[in-house]
Design a protein around this ligand. Structure first.
Ligand SMILES: [Zn+2]
Length: 168
């Protein structure tokens, strides 16, 4: 795919003055999230498989937000039957299977669809101060593509089930 973004001169060294302030805000957001323990829902929860999942302590996870990296603590529940676990907070923050916030995922999807993954990485760093690997841009864009395809299948009816319009 041909790139439509061709920087005439690298923007390195140009750093919006708002970024350091944004980084301070990430610490405040992190502290606020970590002060809230409402994601702990007791020692047991029901699992998708029907068996109870057991609370197995707190786990930290870093994810990239539009303000920078945030590392919240999350209550972790583990199911012995499924041999898997989950963090209720991840569902709320919508970071269950990703290290990118929904807003950053949209940004990654946009640049991944328009330029090469390396150019997308550069754009995200230069325009938003986000340090995301080209491989993350690639995975994020591909993941969004899979979600979009699944949504299209879910919300469109198969052609065979639609009645054809009457002919005039
Ligand atoms: Zn289970």
């Amino acid at each position: 795919m041909a790139s439509i973004w061709k920087p005439s001169k690298p923007l390195r060294g140009v750093k919006p003055c708002a970024w350091p302030l944004a980084r301070l805000n990430t610490r405040a957001i992190e502290q606020r999230i970590n002060a809230d323990s409402s994601d702990y829902a007791g020692p047991h929860l029901p699992c998708r498989c029907g068996e109870p999942v057991r609370y197995a302590g707190c786990r930290a996870k870093s994810f990239q937000s539009v303000l920078g990296e945030i590392r919240p603590e999350r209550a972790y529940y583990h199911c012995r039957s499924c041999r898997s676990g989950f963090c209720p907070r991840d569902l709320v923050l919508r970071i269950e299977k990703t290290c990118l916030s929904p807003a950053v995922s949209r940004m990654v999807g946009r640049v991944g669809a328009m330029v090469s993954f390396e150019e997308g990485r550069q754009l995200l760093e230069e325009l938003a101060g986000l340090r995301i690997d080209a491989s993350q841009v690639e995975r994020g864009a591909e993941s969004l593509g899979v979600e979009i395809a699944a949504d299209e299948r879910r919300y469109t009816e198969p052609l065979e089930e639609k009645s054809l319009p009457p002919k005039l």
